[in-house]
Design a protein around this ligand. Structure first.
Ligand code: TLP
Length: 340
């Protein structure tokens, strides 16, 4: 099977497995695991924040951030197709007791003036706007890089209103690889950030949230409340450290493969392919007169896995497990089924 469902399907490298085996460990609830400390310090340094916290997943990281920033009854502003809104099981409402308020972006990019207009004035009827979330790269929009300038403008609006900004940077490394803009410069436009190590970087488990030292101290308690206080966590922090220090450079390969895939698929009549900016390729299949689900069933029968991103939209995510020859193979197999 050629698995393009997500970059989350990557398996740890031999070096990561070896690092897990040899990791120096301790009980992290007592803050005694040297390996996770090293990881958190390194991640915070790369993101230009005072402190970092290892969490088990991107979802846990985003939720811990929301729980730390907000109180029940408050409101969070975010883009209408944000992962935090679409794919986290309404956890901000279920866990933090906050209400999401969505802003329709253009390919995932919010207009700062729309953000300004959505901030609630002080009025007995209204919830308090307590957080603004940005996602970069934007998953649902197709791995779109949110421009740094847009993030700067949103941060300015937020600061004027005294509201913190959280960045869902599950794929911030991809944004940085695509633009050459450092992680720090992106993270500078937010108070807190969540980055995933288990996507294109290939770690088996884990994300980091980063922010000010007092924020991370509070977040540590929320993580514990959620059952995320881990013991000999160095076993998974060691491969995550390798992801952070040795795998960032490889993301360009995924981006090249995404372009290769898009170029090949768009030659096939009936497919409308969006130009990929990073490692995500969105393909609209309306022109084939079949649904995304049935297209994916056919592909599966041909040994290819992708994901459904709407009734007639399919998502392919290039990743560490898929080589250039396999991308050609995907194009050939789709062409031989669909090309006239
Ligand atoms: N996204 C997954 C699915 O949940 C859709 C994927 O395959 O792309 N933020 C963003 C922008 C994400 O894309 C994801 C994962 C997360 C947060 C959550 O990360 P995990 O899966 O580690 O909880």
């Amino acid at each position: 099977m050629i698995d393009l469902r997500s970059d989350t399907v990557t398996k740890p490298t031999v070096v990561m497995r070896q690092a897990a085996l040899e990791a120096d460990v301790g009980d992290d609830v007592y803050e005694e695991d040297p390996t996770v400390k090293k990881l958190e310090e390194k991640a915070a340094e790369m993101l230009g924040k005072e402190a970092g916290l290892f969490v088990t997943s991107g979802t846990q990281g985003n939720q811990v951030a929301i729980l730390t920033h907000c109180r029940p009854g408050e409101e969070v502003l975010l883009e209408a197709n944000a992962h935090l809104f679409l794919y986290e099981g309404a956890s901000m409402s279920a866990l933090a007791g906050v209400q999401p308020r969505t802003i329709q972006g253009n390919r995932g990019v919010m207009d700062p003036e729309d953000v300004r207009a959505a901030i609630r004035p002080d009025n007995i009827h209204f919830p308090k706007t307590s957080l603004i979330c940005v996602e970069n790269t934007h998953n649902k929009a197709g791995g779109v890089v949110v421009p740094l300038k847009n993030m700067q403008e949103i941060y300015e609006v937020a600061r004027e209103a005294g509201i913190p900004v959280h960045l869902d940077g599950a794929r911030l490394f991809n944004a940085s690889a695509a633009t050459g803009i450092s992680l720090k410069r992106y993270a500078d436009q937010t108070d807190t950030v969540q980055v995933c190590l288990s996507k294109g970087l290939g770690a088996p488990v884990g994300s980091i949230i980063a922010g000010s030292y007092p924020f991370i101290q509070k977040a540590r308690k929320w993580r514990k409340r959620l059952g995320g206080g881990l013991r000999q966590v160095g076993m998974i922090a060691a491969p995550a450290y390798i992801a952070l220090t040795e795998m960032v450079g490889r993301l360009e390969e995924d981006h090249r493969h995404a372009k290769q895939l898009a170029a090949g698929l768009q030659q096939i009549e009936g497919l409308q392919v969006e130009r990929p900016e990073t490692n995500i390729v969105l393909v609209h299949v309306d022109g084939l007169a079949e649904s995304a689900e049935s297209f994916l069933q056919h592909l599966k029968a041909d040994g290819i896995l992708g994901g459904s991103f709407g009734p007639a939209t399919v998502r392919f995510v290039t990743n560490y497990g898929v080589r250039s020859e396999e991308i050609d193979e995907v194009i050939d197999r789709v062409a031989s089924r669909y090309a006239f």
